[in-house]
Design a protein around this ligand. Structure first.
Ligand SMILES: [Zn+2]
Length: 131
């Protein structure tokens, strides 16, 4: 699967987003080593700290299904005007990804015209780990 194909699945996942407060809809597509893809979307809450990001919903869905080996994740986001914008994973999601993914895990984000593909180590060097 190409980076663009995974990004297109993340764009589909934007429709799953529940973001009534920010209007910032995010979708994620997590590619497992076995080829399965898990979609995630942000789910907001009136108590803002209870909100969860698209990347984490995708990872948690996969982990609950027994998946633990991942290749890459793509993140797509639409702003309040319905325009696709670049949205790299937040710090909390980077830490969650580091729990399950190796440093060469690929992180894909951006827009159709400017798609970024970098490694987890690029966006989270010196990650915290107890293992
Ligand atoms: Zn996040």
């Amino acid at each position: 699967m190409t980076d663009k194909e995974l990004f297109d699945i993340a764009k589909e996942a934007v429709a799953l987003s529940r973001a009534p407060y920010s209007g910032f809809n995010v979708g994620a597509a997590l590619l497992c080593k076995n080829g399965k893809v898990y979609k995630g979307a942000n789910i907001e809450n009136a108590a803002y700290s209870a909100t969860v990001c698209a990347e984490r919903t995708a990872v948690f869905r996969a982990v609950l299904d027994g998946e633990t080996e991942f290749v890459s994740i793509a993140v797509a986001a639409k702003n309040q005007n319905g325009e696709y914008v670049s949205a790299p994973p937040c710090g909390t999601c980077r830490q969650v990804l580091s729990e399950f993914c190796k440093s060469d895990f690929k992180v894909i984000f951006g827009t159709d015209d400017n798609l970024n593909c970098i490694t987890l180590n690029d966006i989270l060097p010196y990650s915290f780990s107890l293992l």
